[in-house]
Design a protein around this ligand. Sequence first.
Ligand SMILES: Cc1cc2nc3c(=O)[nH]c(=O)nc-3n(C[C@H](O)[C@H](O)[C@H](O)COP(=O)(O)OP(=O)(O)OC[C@H]3O[C@@H](n4cnc5c(N)ncnc54)[C@H](O)[C@@H]3O)c2cc1C
Length: 168
Amino acid sequence: MRFPEWTNFYATQPQIESYYTEFAQAYQLDRCTRFRSFVKTCTWDDELLVWHVQVEDRDSGDLQHWMADIVCQCVGSLDRPKWGNTPGRENFKGTSWHTAHWRHDYDLKGKKIAMIGCGPSAAQIIPEIIDTVGHLTVYMRTPPVCVPRSDFQYSKYVLCDSLGTLYH
Ligand SMILES: Cc1cc2nc3c(=O)[nH]c(=O)nc-3n(C[C@H](O)[C@H](O)[C@H](O)COP(=O)(O)OP(=O)(O)OC[C@H]3O[C@@H](n4cnc5c(N)ncnc54)[C@H](O)[C@@H]3O)c2cc1C
């Protein structure tokens, strides 16, 4: 599969999303994917030699019972964002959100923004929003280490010669 729109060393978010979408469509992954499904328990059955898997439908709340020969755990370890323990945060009257749940529907144009934290998420967000917002204050507890991003556009030669190899 070729993705000639990957023009830079670091692909952008829309390019990566488009890659995932096209990949899923090409291999019809929607046919074997249950969306909005939360695995609550997995219990091994010594008599039937199967896993009993309890799955919650996140929309209806219904519980389903599946049986499986093999259970493959790919649940990651970083998918539940944690808010900092800033006292009084719950009393803040303005709009606030965690970077893991980005509010794409919210227009930041001209707004006065306070960003708490200065890790990799902030380092990626600040350059994207700085020309849109009215004012930005970044609250930094500990300075992070940042190395130059060294992004570059592929030359026409690299795009023509290597795309088939790089992006298969
Ligand atoms: C803020 C942040 C920035 C990062 N930046 C980078 C980066 O720039 N480069 C990099 O290489 N890595 C980065 N990482 C790390 C990278 O995201 C993880 O290493 C990678 O996503 C792990 O992949 P995974 O498939 O193991 O788990 P995940 O991508 O976490 O996928 C786990 C999936 O399992 C689902 N799940 C969990 N429990 C259940 C359950 N009980 N039932 C059903 N589904 C469940 C979750 O909803 C999730 O969709 C970053 C991580 C964070 C948090």
